[in-house]
Design a protein around this ligand. Sequence first.
Ligand code: AMP
Length: 293
Amino acid sequence: MPCGRLCSEALGLVIQVTAHGWGPTYIQPMSTTSDRAAWIQGNSARCEVTPEGALVQWGLILLGAPGVGKGTQAELLNRRLRACHLSTGDVFRAAGSRPDCEQSPAIKEALAYMRRGELVPDSTVWKMIRERSGCLHCRGGFILDGFPRTLGQAESLKELMESEGLKLTAVVNYTLPFNEIVARLAGRRTCEKCKSVYHVTERPSKIGGKCDHCEGKLFLREDDRPESITVRLEAYERSTAPLIEFYKKLGLLVEVAAQGSPDEIFESTFTQLESRRVREVAHKALVAQEDRQ
Ligand code: AMP
């Protein structure tokens, strides 16, 4: 059984990898290099496959307004670095695809915030993270996408990581002009079956309105509707933008312009992360040498 398939089927999130593999333009939301059962389902689930062979355990956070392409970059990073892609939005969407009777009142309330494009309250998000904190210890490392989104969440995460002896490697902030963000979000279309992502003008499907991989119907995410886009971008400016300062002060911030193709943006991210890692390794070696003298 391929990784993630069992739990994903139950949640209606099955991903079909075609014989052509992963095309650079069709970004699939589920990872091929790790199972995300524990992340998507929480405490009750265990990942059947954890990433092997990761030389460095990366601890990354991806920041950036909705629509800058954090999810796409997280998937590309996952394939190169093996670190597990942990998206809080995916957890809410998976919970939302469960039958109504299986949704707790807290999840129903969270989904109502999400549909309006508003942020889910910190207390609900934090409960969800606590239930999944084991994922931060993943052998392959982790890439947090969509969390933290407020200063409160960032501070809680910092405390949790310190108490569990975990370290962040870097916080990548993707930047893009406002009008480009709106155009990306409003034109985004998602396959209702396999969740592949397209764009009406930039990355259209070959068969109009249908997914090239599984022929599922393409739909406009509720929170990508024009009325929700404005609310989401305002929420980003108000709550998430201050995180940039927070992580800059901690010396963890890496800025990447989210312009160009996904592969180009990925290369720019990877180059910056690698040079940062090399600098850190060199610095540690220097400190160790000084200590010995
Ligand atoms: P995303 O897929 O990351 O854009 O998240 C989709 C929606 O889920 C957001 O617009 C919020 O309503 C909700 N959400 C996801 N992560 C968080 C978070 N860390 N804090 C608050 N709300 C969140």
